[in-house]
Design a protein around this ligand. Structure first.
Ligand SMILES: Cc1cc2nc3c(=O)[nH]c(=O)nc-3n(C[C@H](O)[C@H](O)[C@H](O)COP(=O)(O)OP(=O)(O)OC[C@H]3O[C@@H](n4cnc5c(N)ncnc54)[C@H](O)[C@@H]3O)c2cc1C
Length: 415
């Protein structure tokens, strides 16, 4: 393998491979340096092995960053339609499922990785594996990559090293020192799309329950956001898609030492007045001969009934018909606003994504090029952009990878 390239990309993940394909299609000679023994390990884990690779619903609301509008010029150049049509060309037949989630028709994340690797081979993108990079610096017009396998020189450099989530797939944060070394600011990074740990001991009693729920997150008593979907209660906390969607706020709140809690609403499809009427009916009208616990059977799963009653201060064996309207109101309040204090997250190893990254203020959104060092580009999760659950993080990887690769490839020809 030669040692001089137009574009050298660090990281052969989703965004790095996409950047490689795009740069090579613009005529550049491309090398990807990967420190693992294979490419796209994280892709294999996506969508429970099925790879939810994008979503038909797109818009700025699905992306989070200190500056969410940063994503717009990137998606204008390479958005959903471009992604679907490129993947179709590469062989991925898209199948849209619930909530607009797209998966490959094969049902296998491995096919997404495979078609990217096939295209890298066709476009003569070299991938060097098990490469240990000691440092990256610029000397004259070249970026020098000082590695344990010797020196590589690139006219342009794309950093696509991902975040810190799921480090066994290779993204361990080791790309950050290269970025800081170039004088870039990296915003605080925290785990996102991750389960949360709660304080209340009742969680142990209801572990394993899944229930339709509206989850609201509060930081220092201020409501920050809410999400509705299937809540999963775990032995020491809360999980499931609505919790994942809110987790970045919890992560940031906790990292700043703030009080974080969620309120769980177990009847999100009703108004509170409807819940009062329904419970008065179940307890006072149809509750004859039933205990309070029995009056709730058929409405909630059995494990949770005991916890809801206990939190409302009602004994499970109290006769339903003797409960006062005041007690019923208290129970409604617990059902609609069960508080769980958040004391931690499950951490980067359990997280799907990293929030925070290279400060977008210092990147040109039209090209993904650094505003500080010419010829230096960024792609993917390493940038301060994280998407919601639903295919948005891979969409960001494809789009930012494509844009960075195209401009790095074209830019290298001017040098
Ligand atoms: C369990 C799980 C499920 C997920 N499911 C989905 C999903 O269904 N849909 C979705 O949109 N998103 C999903 N995601 C998120 C998505 O996979 C990531 O956002 C996406 O892969 C980010 O792409 P990337 O190229 O920026 O980083 P990565 O894919 O993490 O790739 C970074 C690459 O850089 C390499 N690297 C890192 N540091 C160095 C270094 N110093 N030197 C050389 N190489 C280096 C790594 O080994 C890796 O190959 C999921 C994530 C996880 C963990």
């Amino acid at each position: 393998m030669g040692r001089e390239f137009d574009v050298i990309i660090v990281g052969a993940g989703a965004s790095g491979m996409m950047a490689g394909i795009s740069a090579a299609r613009s005529g550049a000679k491309v090398l990807i340096l990967e420190h693992m023994d294979s490419a796209g390990k994280k892709i294999l884990a996506t969508g429970n092995g099925k790879c939810n690779f994008t979503n038909e619903k797109q818009g700025i609301a699905y992306y989070r960053s200190n500056n969410p509008a940063f994503v717009l010029p990137v998606f204008e150049q390479f958005g959903l339609e471009d992604t679907l049509s490129l993947f179709k060309e590469l062989g991925i037949e898209p199948r849209s499922k619930r909530d607009g989630y797209y998966y490959p028709a094969s049902g296998q994340a491995s096919s997404v990785r495979e078609v990217l690797l096939m295209e890298c081979r066709r476009q003569k993108v070299r991938i060097a594996y098990n490469v240990g990079i000691r440092s990256i610096y610029k000397e004259g017009k070249y970026f020098i990559f000082d590695t344990k396998q010797g020196e590589f020189r690139g006219k342009t450099c794309i950093i696509a090293t991902g975040g810190k989530a799921a480090k066994k797939t290779g993204s361990d944060g080791s790309g950050i020192p290269y970025i800081v070394g170039f004088g870039h600011k990296v915003t605080d990074i925290v785990p996102a799309l991750v389960a949360l740990q709660g304080k209340q001991s009742f969680l142990r009693e209801i572990a394993g329950i899944r229930a339709e729920n509206r989850v609201k997150i509060y930081i220092e008593n201020e409501e920050i956001a809410e999400e509705t979907g299937e809540l999963q209660l775990t032995e020491n906390g809360v999980s499931g898609i609505p919790v994942f969607q809110l987790s970045r706020y919890a992560s940031y709140g906790l990292s700043e030492g703030k009080e974080v809690y969620v309120l769980l609403d177990f009847l999100p499809w009703q108004t509170e007045e409807e819940t009062v009427i329904m419970l008065e009916e179940r307890f006072l009208k149809y509750g004859k001969g039933k205990s309070a616990r029995e009056a709730l059977i058929g409405l909630f799963s059995e494990k949770i009934i005991g916890v809801l009653l206990k939190e409302a201060g009602i004994s499970t064996e109290t006769r339903a018909e003797v409960c006062s309207k005041e007690e019923i109101k208290k129970l409604v309040n617990v059902i609609r606003h069960l508080r769980v204090d958040i004391v931690g997250t499950k951490g980067f190893d359990a997280a799907q994504v990293t929030a925070g990254g290279v400060d977008t203020e210092e990147i040109d959104a039209a090209t993904m090029e650094s505003k500080i060092v010419s010829g230096l580009y960024f792609a993917g999760e390493v940038v301060d952009v994280d998407g919601m659950c639903g295919g948005y993080n891979l969409q960001w990887a494809w789009s930012s990878g494509w844009v960075a690769g195209k401009h790095a490839g074209e830019g290298s020809k001017q040098l």
